[in-house]
Design a protein around this ligand. Sequence first.
Ligand code: KG4
Ligand code: ZN
Length: 352
Amino acid sequence: MSIDLPQEDVITLAIESSCDETSVSVLKNGRTVLSNVIASQIQQHKKFGGVVPEVASRKHIENINEVIDEALKVSDMTFEDISHVAATYGPGLVGALLVGLSVAKAIAFAREIPFNGVNHIEGHIYANFIEHRELEPPFISLIVSGGHSHIVYMKDYGEYEILGKTRDDAAGEAFDKVARALGLGYPGGPEIDRLAKLGNKDAIDFPRAYLEEGSYDFSFSGLKSAVLNYLNSKKMKNEKIVVEDVASSFQQAVIEILVDKTIECALEYDLNQITLSGGVAANSALRELLVQRAKEHNLDVKYPSISLCTDNAAMIGCVAYYDYIKGYRSSLDLNAMANLKIGDTYARKILK
Ligand code: KG4
Ligand code: ZN
């Protein structure tokens, strides 16, 4: 990639508020994180078994100023030091997105500094650039979160080809729904991960939906129904349910499909680099299986540490920095877009 780097350091203040985390980060030149403050609302949503959009928006409004102050304090910066501002503008809950987006635009307007709107899913991919300084595109990226499951061919910064995506539930959604059926708390992914370590992954033969030959798409709703049917039939027969075995067998069915399809993509596109990201990338069995299978094919796997897998503003600031140095700016009338797709270019206007 040939980009003229700015002479001065670019200090980005980035805001993420697409779901249930209010996060603000200050970054230097896109990859050095000076602060990454995350105010999680999990406790507020737990009692409802999932994220309640109205509650999320209200909590973002209550938290945002404090989180900005904290991010500036930790980075030892003031508003005067900030040269660039960024926010997630989609996909996500529209009321939640609007909070971070409006605040970011207000800062850009008041301080007369450039603003870049960022796609949240692209942010998950870029989380890898923060901790792996040597990582550069092209590579195959598996992004698995509560709302999305994608295999993407990242050709260059800001250039993507979607090779596969879920046709129904996202991987994280399947984890959360199965966890709920097992009577576990929200979010379910970490609980299933923990219990699966105590169970037998071969105990129950849950179906794996590989779909048509050559397809890199996913479908997890059949697997979710199979787990629910298994639990109902056990209950009706008054038979004992070994929660650890159900968690482990379900998790194995999900991760085998994710790993098999990702490896196939890397081989087909002749790329020896794979990145993994998104909330489900925190899953220990997924990390292990992907690394193990990649090794068999001499492929390298990179994933972020757990705090950068789940939602955070540092990953948003990283995307914004690369957009900024490519000459992209977002206009201050950029709106929140609940169904934004990877590679959509609403926020990428070339500076005149
Ligand atoms: O990326 P993220 O924080 O939010 C979205 O953009 O959706 O992902 C949250 C999802 C939830 O579904 C949660 O259950 C899942 O990531 N998750 C996990 C683990 N940690 C979080 N899933 C499986 N294993 C984990 N250890
Ligand atoms: Zn996310």
